[in-house]
Design a binder for this molecule. Structure first.
Ligand SMILES: C[S@@+](CC[C@H](N)C(=O)[O-])C[C@H]1O[C@@H](n2cnc3c(N)ncnc32)[C@H](O)[C@@H]1O
Length: 331
C-alpha cells in the first residue's frame, strides 16, 4: 500500500501528471520534455526523478541522451496507464502539450528521413543485387510462425525493419544497434507502425548487456558481413537464447563482389554453410538445413539453429526483457 500511496502522491501535481501523460506517448528526452512544458531543465529533471523513484516512469540512457517512458519495469506502470486514460486529452494544458509533442515527433521524423534519404541510394544499389526482400521477409515470418516465440531480439536492427515484420507475432521485441542514427529511424518506423511491444536500444552485438537465456528467438539480418568476428556474434546470440530458442541468421552466400568491401564496408563476402554450421555448433546450437534464395549475382541464405538445453535451472531463466534493458543497461 505504501508504494501505491507514494506513486499517487508523486503524480498529484500538475506538471508531473502532464509528464506522465507525455511519457505514455513515447520515449522522450529531458530536452524534449523541457521544450514541451516550457519549464527549466533542472525543474523538469527534478519532477522526472520523483516520478521514476515512485515507479511510474523508467529512465534509460543512450550515450549522452537520457530517455523517459512509462514504466514497464514496475507494476506501477499499469497505474500510470490508468491515470493517463482517466486524464484524457481534453484539458487545455494537456491538449497544448500533445500539440507540441506532435511537432517534436514531426521534427524527429524529418531528421530521420533526411538521414535515410542520404543513405537510401547506397542501400538501394545493394538491394538490387539480390531477390526481392519481401521473399526473405515472408520466409522469416514462416519460421517465426512455426517457432511461436514469446519474445524476440533483433541484433543490428538498423531501421527496425525486422521488428516491423516480426514484432506483431511476439509479445515483446527488442532491437539493438550501435548506430544512434539508425535507432532514430527505427523509432520513427516503430511509432508509425504503432508497434508498442517493440523497443530499440543502443548496444554492441559483441557484448550484449543482456542476461543468459533471456529470449526465445534472435534474428541477425544482413549484419554478419560487417562483423570482424562473426563467430563471436553467433556465440553472443546463442548466450541470450533460452534452451530450444531459435537463431535466424540472414546473409549472403560466398560471392566475389569486392566493391561491397570497398564502398560499403562489408568485411566478409558472404559465408559458407559449413562455417556457419561450425560456428553454431561451437556456440551450443543445433543448425538446421539452410535455405538458399537464389539471386543474381547475390544469393541470400537463411540459416536457423536451435539452442541446445543449457545448464540453467528453469527458475534462473529470464522470463521478460530484463529490467536492466528497460532501465538503460544496454549501452
Ligand atoms: C545493413 S544494416 C542491417 C539492418 C537490419 N538488420 C536490416 O536488415 O534492415 C547493418 C546494421 O548493423 C549495425 N551494426 C554493425 N555493427 C554493429 C555492432 N557491433 N553492434 C550493433 N550493431 C551493429 C549497423 O549499425 C547497421 O544498422
Amino acid at each position: 500500500m505504501e508504494h501505491l500511496l507514494a506513486a499517487l502522491r508523486a503524480v498529484a501535481e500538475p506538471t508531473r501528471l502532464r509528464l506522465v501523460v507525455l511519457c505514455a506517448r513515447g520515449e522522450l528526452t529531458v530536452t524534449e520534455l523541457t521544450q514541451i512544458l516550457g519549464q527549466s531543465q533542472p525543474r523538469v529533471s527534478r519532477h522526472l526523478k520523483l516520478l521514476c523513484a515512485a515507479g511510474l516512469l523508467d529512465r534509460f540512457r543512450e550515450g549522452s541522451w537520457v530517455f523517459y517512458r512509462l514504466s514497464r519495469s514496475s507494476p506501477l506502470g499499469a497505474l500510470a496507464q490508468q491515470l493517463v486514460a482517466a486524464c484524457g486529452d481534453a484539458d487545455p494544458a494537456i491538449a497544448l502539450d500533445l500539440q507540441r509533442l506532435a511537432a517534436i515527433k514531426r521534427q524527429r521524423a524529418d531528421i530521420a528521413s533526411t538521414y535515410f534519404r542520404e543513405n537510401a541510394a547506397r542501400w538501394h544499389r545493394i538491394r538490387s543485387l539480390y531477390i526481392d526482400e519481401r521473399e526473405v521477409e515472408a520466409a522469416l515470418v514462416d519460421i517465426i510462425a512455426a517457432a511461436d516465440p514469446r519474445d524476440l531480439l533483433d541484433i543490428g536492427t538498423g531501421t527496425g525493419r525486422m521488428l516491423e515484420i516480426l514484432a506483431p507475432r511476439v509479445e515483446r521485441a527488442l532491437g539493438i544497434d550501435q548506430s544512434r542514427e539508425m535507432l532514430a529511424v527505427a523509432r520513427v518506423n516503430l511509432e508509425r507502425a504503432g508497434l508498442e511491444n517493440g523497443l530499440v536500444r543502443l548496444g554492441d552485438m559483441y557484448q550484449l548487456a543482456l542476461p543468459d537465456a533471456s529470449f526465445d528467438a534472435v534474428v541477425v539480418h544482413q549484419v554478419l558481413h560487417y562483423a570482424d568476428r562473426p563467430e563471436a556474434v553467433i556465440a553472443e546470440a546463442a548466450r541470450v537464447l533460452r534452451p530450444s530458442g531459435i537463431l535466424m541468421l540472414v546473409d549472403f552466400a560466398p560471392h566475389t563482389l569486392e566493391f561491397l568491401r570497398d564502398e560499403h564496408a562489408h568485411r566478409r563476402l558472404g559465408f559458407a554453410d559449413s562455417e556457419v554450421a561450425q560456428w553454431c555448433g561451437a556456440a551450443g546450437l543445433d543448425p538446421a538445413p539452410p535455405s538458399h534464395l537464389i539471386g543474381d549475382p547475390l544469393t541470400v541464405v537463411i540459416w536457423t539453429a536451435q539452442r541446445r538445453a543449457g545448464p540453467w535451472a528453469a527458475e534462473e531463466r529470464s522470463e521478460e526483457i530484463p529490467l536492466a534493458v528497460l532501465e538503460g543497461g544496454v549501452r
